[in-house]
Design a protein around this ligand. Structure first.
Ligand SMILES: [Zn+2]
Ligand SMILES: [Zn+2]
Length: 178
C-alpha cells in the first residue's frame, strides 16, 4: 500500500485492508533468516498531513507462526499493535536509509512523495517477534538425551546422564532426515 503524500486530502484519509500471502517478502533484509511466517494482517490507518509532515495512526492485527525455542514445535502468536509515525520529506538520500532502523521508530522520512505503509506495518510486526519465542512459559522442551518432546510424554531417560545437548541435537537432525 503506497500513499501519495500530495494526494492526501485536507481532512485526512482512512485506509483499511488485509495483507495476505507473501507481502512481507519484499521487506526481508537480504541474507537475513526468516524465523516466522505471518498470517493475514488486518491493517487500518488514519493518515493526516500538516504541511509536508504526515502522521499515520496505524493498527495491525495478525498472528505469527513461530518455532518454539525449547521444543522446536511451531506455534501461533497473536499480534496486535497500535502505533503512530510522523514522517517528513527527506532531502538527503542517506536519510531514507535510516528510516526504519532509527531508534525512535515513531519518526522517519519519506521520499518522492511516497510512503510505503506496508513497510511500516512490517516493522511493527518485527518488533513483536520475541527474542526467544516459547510456545508456553511452561514448555518442557526436548529431552537432552533422546530428543523427545517432553510436553507430549516423559521419555524414560535418566536425568543428568550422557552428553546432554549434543545428543539431543544429533537425534533431532536424524529425525529431520527421515
Ligand atoms: Zn515449546
Ligand atoms: Zn529422553
Amino acid at each position: 500500500m503506497k500513499i501519495h503524500v500530495s494526494l492526501i486530502p485536507e481532512e485526512g484519509r482512512r485506509l483499511q485492508y488485509t495483507l495476505e500471502g507473501d507481502w512481507y517478502r519484499d521487506y526481508l533484509q537480504k541474507g537475513g533468516a526468516m524465523e516466522f511466517r505471518t498470517r493475514p494482517a488486518e491493517v487500518s490507518a488514519a493518515v493526516h498531513k500538516v504541511l509536508d509532515a504526515v502522521t499515520l495512526d496505524i493498527r495491525v492485527e495478525t498472528a505469527l507462526d513461530l518455532d518454539c525455542g525449547r521444543c522446536l514445535e511451531s506455534f501461533r502468536l497473536p499480534v496486535r499493535s497500535e502505533f503512530r509515525y510522523t514522517l517528513v520529506p527527506s532531502r538527503d538520500p542517506e536519510e531514507q536509509k535510516e528510516e526504519l532502523s532509527d531508534e525512535d521508530i515513531s519518526f522517519g522520512y519519506y521520499r518522492d512523495d511516497l510512503i510505503d505503509l506496508n513497510a511500516l506495518v512490517y516493522e511493527q510486526i518485527l518488533l513483536q517477534v520475541p527474542m526467544k519465542p516459547l510456545c508456553a512459559e511452561t514448555c518442557r522442551g526436548l529431552c537432552a538425551q533422546c530428543g523427545a518432546n517432553l510436553n507430549a510424554e516423559p521419555c524414560g531417560c535418566k536425568p543428568g546422564a550422557a552428553d546432554g545437548r549434543l545428543g539431543a541435537l544429533k537425534n533431532f537432525k536424524a529425525r529431520k532426515q527421515t
